[in-house]
Ligand binder design. Structure first.
Ligand code: SF4
Length: 471
């Protein structure tokens, strides 16, 4: 139990963020008079005391941002010593580390200065500082701001089965046939309103991304209807990139893949997560590793030359040997990109419900092994994000061969272009470049709610778009 006293300040959230790297949320208690850990702000100093350990820094009392970071730094340094625990990402708890690099570059800092800042100010380990800079450099060529362009996201919240770690809006495609049909009709309605709006305001589409869920779990006829409607508003051949997630091998066949190719899809995802049969069963997938290989080869035969494969490090009972097996299998397939996810346990997942904790101690070695394999395959890290509740405080990184980077993924994290999102749980982000701010407009998560309230959501989105594009 961590009983914490805040003395001379009330920046509870900042102190909590760091404590949470060492304690379970439920173990942290803030108290005014009964505490054994102290976070102190006095006239000129910030101090953090735990046991025999005290960390302190001098601060300018008028600079709130720097006080907050000092509170975090002193807490992290003291707790790391107390628990003898290294926190690779230091006090950086945000999900977009590369944004800091871009800001410092804009200010004129050299890469050496940026690295020093990441290590000294944010307390990143050197390898994380290097990775952040490398990703920022690799993604920077995709970040130019283009006027009157948006990227488009379409969400399909259905999957063949629900994976045990899933926290997305995913519904079974099999037990909801009628609902799926109505969902497709509603999506067509949203296409008509929003895509017509974009066309009539001369707003062109930069990249198009069908995600989910598993979009390829729709029937070929439903996919055809959706893509046909999009193509009546958007020239699909002029897109800079067109991704359609075909994540689950049990959701794709020759017919669907050919259809996607005919509509000009340039990039697909076939996501094994693991190439270990036993783990696939444990995580609730009803397909084999052979299915993954067969569908990958089929996609190649049909002509897909940009295939991504997602893997997850930290799945139940996996160890270094399991990751080795997964990476060896992927090497043989030779996809253009591999996205390495670190197991995140979120509240909405079944895993969390059964209070699963990965017992694996060597998750960092597993993660590093997978990353090194990607580099051996000639890939570079090109996009990265972090999320809360990870098994280990690591990151998710997209590795790809040069020229095969997913531009939409970069844009989604960098937030350099507005992303108009359609479908249940799809979040539109309107970027106000000059004001350096983002407005979010969220569609409701629940599929039935989405269907019932589509007019209201379309209206809200058009109002938000009007604010930027109708001036
Ligand atoms: S494929 Fe993705 S969206 Fe579907 S259930 Fe699994 S984790 Fe969730």
């Amino acid at each position: 139990m961590a009983r914490v006293g805040l003395i001379g300040h009330d920046f509870r959230y900042e102190v909590f963020q760091i404590l949470n790297l060492f304690y379970e949320k439920e173990e942290i208690q803030f108290s005014k008079d009964n505490y054994d850990i102290e976070s102190i702000l006095n006239e000129e100093q910030v101090l953090f005391k735990i046991g025999e350990i005290t960390e302190k820094e001098y601060v300018d009392k008028n600079d709130i941002k720097s006080i907050k970071n000092s509170l975090k730094r002193t807490a992290l340094k003291a707790l790391s010593k107390y628990f003898n625990k290294n926190i690779p990402w230091g006090i950086l708890v945000g999900i977009r580390p590369t944004k800091i690099v871009h800001e410092l570059k804009k200010r004129g800092d050299s890469l050496a200065e940026i690295k020093k800042h990441l290590i000294d100010y944010y307390l990143l380990n050197e390898d994380k500082a290097n990775l952040t800079i490398e990703v920022a450099e690799n993604e920077s060529k995709f970040l130019s701001v283009v006027q009157n362009k948006v990227s488009l996201y379409v969400g399909i919240p259905f999957c063949p089965t629900r994976c045990v770690y899933c926290s997305f809006a995913s519904n079974s495609i099999y037990s909801n046939e009628k609902l799926v049909e109505t969902y497709v009709d509603t999506l067509l309605k949203e296409f008509d309103s929003i895509l017509r709006y974009l066309k009539s305001h001369n707003i062109s589409i930069d990249t198009l991304y069908f995600g989910g869920g598993t979009p390829s779990s729709l029937s070929a006829e439903q996919i055809d209807r959706l893509l046909n409607r999009v193509s009546s508003y958007v020239n699909l051949n002029s897109l800079r990139e067109f991704t359609f997630e075909a994540g689950r091998p049990d959701s794709i066949d020759e017919n669907k893949l050919k259809l996607l190719k005919d509509y000009g899809v340039t990039r697909i995802s076939i996501n094994p997560q693991t190439m270990n049969e036993e783990t696939l069963v444990k995580i609730g997938r009803r397909h084999s590793t052979k299915d993954i290989i067969d569908k990958f080869n089929l996609a190649r035969e049909i002509g897909f030359d940009n295939i991504n494969m997602d893997i997850i490090v930290g799945l139940p009972d996996e160890n270094l040997g399991s990751i080795n097996k997964t990476m060896e299998a992927l090497k043989k397939l030779s996809p253009e990109s591999i996205t390495i996810h670190t197991m995140a346990i979120k509240r909405a997942s079944i895993l969390n419900e059964i209070e699963y904790k990965n017992k694996t101690d060597n998750i960092v070695s597993m993660y590093n092994y997978a990353a090194n394999c990607c580099r051996d395959m000639g890939m570079i890290p090109y996009y990265m994000y972090r999320q809360k509740n990870m098994v280990s405080p690591l990151e998710n990184v997209g590795y790809s061969k040069r020229g095969k980077e997913c531009i939409y993924n970069i844009q989604m994290i960098a937030e350099n272009i507005s992303i108009v999102s359609l479908g249940a749980d799809a979040i539109t982000k309107i970027v106000y470049n000059e004001e350096n701010r983002i407005e979010r407009v969220a569609n409701v998560k629940d599929v039935r709610e989405y269907i019932n309230r589509i007019d209201e959501m379309v209206q809200k989105k058009i109002e938000a778009l009007d604010d930027v594009f109708a001036k």
